[in-house]
Structure formats: C-alpha cells, structure tokens
Write a protein that binds this ligand. Structure first.
Ligand code: FUB
Length: 302
C-alpha cells in the first residue's frame, strides 16, 4: 500500500519533500488555513552577523509562505522586521517563534522580541488586512506578558486565549481586541515537569489539546495533554514525536487539519547538520485514534 501511495503521489506530482522550504532556514512553524490555503508562519534563522550570537539563535525578520498542496510554497517575502518594532531592540535578532490568527477582517500576527532597555522577551502584536502581510506592529507589547512562543486559540464561542512560555507555560484569556489580556495568567505546566517552550493549543471534537516540546535527555520531543477547558487543567497523554533523529536540540511545531487530513509541522536541522540553530521546517501526516488520542508521528527524513 505504501509503494502504491508513493506511485500515486509521484504521478500526481504531489510528493512532498522534507524539509519543505529550501533557500533559507525556517523554524518554529505555525501553520494556519486562511482563504482555502495553508499559510506558514515560521521564524527565520540566519547565520549571525554579530559575534555574540555566533553560537545562538539569530532571527532578524519573518517571511510568510503559502501553499494549496503542501508541496509548492510561495514565499511572500519579509512581512515584519526587527527594525519595524517600535518597542523592540532593533539589534537583538530575537524575532523568535510567531503565530497568526484572523478575526473580524484583520490578521493578528503575534511575535516575541527583546524590548529596548529590558532583559528577556515581550510579546507583540502586528496587524494586516491580508494573511501575507506586511504586518504593522502596535506601539507597545501586550501588557502583563513576559516570555516567548505565543500561540492563540480562537474558541468556537469567539473567546480567544493566549498561550506562551515564560516561567513555565501560561495561558490567559484575551480581550475582543486580541491585544490585551482579559484575565490573570494561569500556569498550566511547569518547567520542573520537563515543559520548556513552544506551546500549541487547539480544539477538536470538544476536547482541548495542549501540545509542546518536552525535554528528554537534553533534546526536545513533542508531547501533548488534553483538557475539557482551554484554561486546563491539562492531563498529560503522551509523545507525538520522539527526539530529533538529526540531533536538533529544539523542536517546535503546530498541528493543522487541511482538506480532511491532519498534519504535524515541525523543524529539524536537516540542512545544517553541524549547527542546530539553523533549522528547516518539515511536515508529516498525523492521525488520531478513535478516543481522540494522537498516534506518534515518525519523521520523514530528507
Ligand atoms: O527559535 C527560537 C526558539 O527555539 C523558539 O522560541 C523555541 O520554541 C525553540 O524552537
């Protein structure tokens, strides 16, 4: 059956190749469906132009990519750069993992960055009329949020929730404007439990899923927990993807249903085996069991 499916894919021209983007490094993929297409919002790893980041993550801007078949991807170019962020430190190269959601005619792009004159990270919002930007950042970051890796869940009743990684994994309700918190942050997972960063949350069949990188022997596998409420408490359920076969320290991901199939978007360092801060986005199909639990995904390598 596998060979047959491969042949069918080859004849229809739809055989995906991991990593899915070449020509630039892409990491931390959040994939969303807008206007019938898949839009990919990754961070953009670059070799560092500054000495202090030679061995660390270095990101100056964001590109957005779109596809109708998950094979051919259009690069929409730079949609937001560190020099555009009024509150950001324009020399920090800290435009880490983003997210994007749509509400009432506006696309809201959530991104972490280092603020001017402050240590650590804040989370900002930039808006656009289109899913492919360019995105215009608001004057200030979201008040009351310190951390990285924003993920927004828009629930069926219209209520939005912001998840992020600070000291542990936090969630708070957002106001209707999606730019202010509407509740105190709640800690839903603690670093001492192995959780570190990169939360992704979604709802399926009335259950809320919280998926996240989970540190196992120093590198990250992807794990998940489930709840009856977006604010938790979440019950740990298992591993979605084991540690990187390419030795990448981080993994960061999102899950998406497109044309009736679920996919896991994640990253490894396939194009940069000697330096795992230059990463590349990959995709694999993902399947649920009848009880709503997730079957483990084995990464398709390059
Ligand atoms: O890309 C920089 C950081 O690495 C992200 O914010 C984390 O989730 C990890 O992937």
């Amino acid at each position: 059956l596998f060979v047959l499916l491969l042949c069918l894919g080859a004849f229809s021209g739809l055989v995906a190749q991991n990593p899915i983007i070449s020509g630039q490094f892409t990491a931390d993929p959040t994939a969303r469906v807008f206007e019938g297409k898949v839009y990919l919002y990754p961070s953009h790893d670059i070799p560092s132009p500054v000495e202090r980041l030679q061995e660390w993550f270095c990101m100056e801007d964001y590109h957005v990519f779109s596809s109708e078949d998950l094979v051919k991807w259009t690069d929409h170019g730079v949609v937001l750069s560190q020099s555009d962020v009024p509150w950001g430190d324009a020399g920090s190269y800290s435009m880490w993992a983003p997210d994007c959601v749509y509400k009432n005619g506006t696309y809201y792009f959530f991104f972490p960055a280092s603020p001017k004159g402050e240590k650590g990270f804040r989370i900002g919002v930039a808006t656009s009329d289109t899913p492919f930007g360019p995105f215009k950042p608001l004057a200030e970051p979201i008040a009351g949020v310190q951390g990285i890796d924003p993920c927004v869940l828009l629930d069926k009743d219209g209520q939005a929730y912001l998840y992020w990684s600070g000291r542990g994994l936090n969630v708070a309700r957002l106001k209707d404007n999606l730019t202010e918190l509407d509740s105190a942050p709640v800690l839903v997972a603690d670093v001492k439990d192995g959780f570190k960063e990169g939360p992704f949350a979604f709802e399926r069949n009335g259950k809320y899923y919280l998926t996240y990188p989970w540190v196992k022997d120093k590198t990250e596998c992807l794990a998940y927990a489930m709840s009856d409420s977006p604010m938790g408490p979440f019950e740990y359920k298992g591993i979605i993807m084991d540690q990187s076969p390419t030795g990448c320290w981080t993994n960061h991901h999102s899950l998406l249903e497109y044309k009736g199939q679920w996919y896991l978007f994640y990253h490894h360092n396939d194009y940069s085996p000697d330096f795992d801060k230059n990463r590349s986005v990959c995709i694999d199909s993902l399947f649920f069991n009848a009880d709503g639990t997730i079957r483990q995904v084995v990464p398709t390598l390059r």
